[in-house]
Design a protein around this ligand. Structure first.
Ligand code: 1PR
Length: 538
């Protein structure tokens, strides 16, 4: 198989990229030193995280002259995400750090006054006049970033670039840019399903001007993200199964109270990918305490899944500082690293985030730099850290009865209380803490969390629709994206949550696992409601 060289310099999920490259018929050779760059015919620079951190790492390891030489020699070069950003002159993310300056221009941050930042999800990469490396106006691609190259018509074109653009809110930015032997994508082709694989293949095959003529362009903008979630645990027979609880109780009410077994994680993830799921989330809902960390069954699930599922994968459960079975201390960052190396794009932190937030407030809102959220987001970028929140309603007759952030509710409590606040829980809802969702989400946002997975124990497994009041309260409290979770029972509930809240994404579990509806049913419904969605491409 022909080879492509990948620069092994930066933390992140490179396994997905390797899988994607292999899928389109190439093998990967790693570049481990600047001297190796000369060997490369085709070179790919993947990148995640902080622009300044990446560029400084390159510079310190003396890669910059070798990369410049490769590009100047006319050999094929591809930059992905921060790999695109590196080609420009600089970024307001790290104003004192220089980029390679292969293309003139600078990056700035998305305006978060009226939209969530980071920009996470599926958006266009529209080439108006040319065929560029298989990019199609009818396709959507997966983006995750806070900084962008603003698009000003004609500026990059005047430098000899072909540009593919995307729009987020009222900001138009560069989704991909091609110049001579260089292709750079702000989106992740390895996470963009068939559309992304096509771009990767076109680059590797040297098909600069490939594409399909006459396709109808999709409306520009971010699509509504629909996520399938798989709660995974070992059942009483010792098998790893996808399960689903009612308000977090995963045992059957009959048949001796067995753990509900709804299928096998890898197979189900693939099924949802093929139904058009925009992301797949695995939650390890019980920790595998008797198992050495390096053998965690979830690692193998990720390795297998990432070979066939080319959309983002999130893994949650057990991400905290831990002591291994042999007594070795293992940090949350090390556990996250294992997950990223096995194919995860994001890790989701539950219980540990609540403890960290408690400490943050106890210290007078001071960041310690030592929490899992801070350490993982520093190393892998904010976009890689999700906090999964498991709140429970606490009813009060009046908001003055509590120091917590209470809201009026249209679903009164058991004693007709007209207000409620949402108490955070840990250990899968087993323990309730004296902290509300506003406090928690604001604290973890300050620590560097990039996205909130907002469950609701009262709604979980009820099929009665999302808790819109909870979602609105959290959306109003923070700037980072929110994934609405718990309660979805039919496609209409997804329509409702997108219509009545500003949620950035919505997640379903039981209704998909029980086969009542497919992800495609949800997307078709949303499409009919006039919402922008991405459909699965073969
Ligand atoms: O605390 O960092 O070890 O993480 C544990 C993770 O496991 C947390 O993300 C927590 O939400 C999750 N978890 C723990 N116990 C359960 C349980 O169900 N017994 N599952 C659990 C949480 C919630 C959603 C669910 C939606 C949608 N599951 O993932 O999929 O509520 O369900 P629906 O659409 O069927 O209503 P840590």
């Amino acid at each position: 198989m022909p080879k492509v060289y990948l620069l092994d310099y930066v933390a992140g999920n490179v396994r997905s990229l390797v899988n994607a490259i292999e899928k389109v018929g190439y093998t990967v050779e790693w570049i481990k030193s600047p001297e190796d760059v000369e060997k490369a015919d085709k070179l790919i620079l993947p990148g995640v995280g902080h622009f300044g951190h990446c560029m400084t790492q390159f510079a310190e390891a003396n890669y910059l002259p070798a990369i410049r030489k490769h590009i100047d020699s006319g050999k094929p070069f591809m930059g992905i995400c921060v790999g695109l950003q590196a080609l420009f002159e600089g970024s307001s993310e790290a104003p004192s750090v220089s980029g390679l300056g292969v293309i003139k221009g600078r990056l700035d941050r998305f305006d978060d006054s009226s939209k969530s930042v980071p920009h996470i999800g599926w958006n266009s990469a529209n080439t108006t006049d040319k065929k560029v490396y298989g990019l199609l106006p009818s396709s959507k691609y997966y983006y995750v970033h806070s900084y962008k190259v603003p698009y000003k018509k004609g500026e990059l074109e005047a430098q000899g670039c072909s540009v593919a653009t995307a729009r987020y809110g009222d900001e138009e930015f560069v989704g991909a840019v091609a110049k001579d032997n260089v292709l750079a994508t702000q989106f992740h082709p390895e996470k963009s399903g068939a559309a992304g694989l096509r771009v990767l293949k076109a680059f590797l095959d040297g098909e600069k001007e490939s594409g399909i003529a006459g396709l109808e362009a999709m409306e520009e903008g971010l699509t509504r993200r629909v996520i399938a979630c798989l709660d995974v645990r070992t059942n009483d027979q010792g098998d790893l199964v996808v399960t689903k609880g009612d308000q977090y109780d995963v045992r059957e009410k009959t048949d001796g109270g067995n753990v509900r077994n709804l299928g096998k994680p890898v197979e189900m993830a693939r099924k949802y990918y093929e139904q058009g799921a925009d992301e797949v989330t695995f939650l390890n809902i019980t920790s595998f305490r008797d198992c050495p960390i390096a053998d965690l069954p979830m690692l193998e699930i990720l390795r297998q899944t990432s070979k066939t599922v080319f959309v983002p994968l999130t893994i949650g459960g057990g991400i905290r500082d831990t002591t291994d079975t042999d007594g070795t201390k293992v940090s949350a960052l090390e556990i996250a690293t294992m997950y990223f190396k096995s194919g995860a794009d994001k890790v989701s932190i539950g219980s540990d985030a609540v403890t960290a937030a408690e400490e943050y407030y106890a210290a007078g809102k001071k960041l310690s730099g030592k929490t899992a959220i801070e350490q993982i987001s520093q190393a892998y970028g904010n976009q890689a850290v999700v906090v999964s929140v498991d709140p429970k309603r606490v009813y009060v007759a009046d908001s003055s009865e509590t120091k917590h952030n209470a809201i009026p509710t249209t679903t009164p409590g058991p004693n007709r209380e007209k207000y409620c606040w949402y108490a955070c829980t840990i250990k899968g809802g087993r323990e309730t803490r004296d902290m509300d969702v506003v406090e928690l989400t604001q604290a973890v946002e300050a620590m560097g969390c990039g996205e909130i997975l907002l469950n609701c124990i009262d709604k979980d497994g009820t099929n009665s629709g999302f808790d819109l009041e909870l979602i609105n309260q959290v959306k109003n409290a923070i700037k980072i994206p929110v994934i609405a979770s718990s309660g979805a029972g039919n496609p209409g509930h997804f329509g409702e949550v997108f219509a009545k809240t500003k949620t950035d994404a919505a997640l379903g579990a039981g209704m998909f696992h029980r086969g009542e509806y497919t992800v495609k049913d949800v997307k078709d419904f949303l499409g009919k409601e006039g919402l922008l969605v991405r459909q699965f491409e073969d």
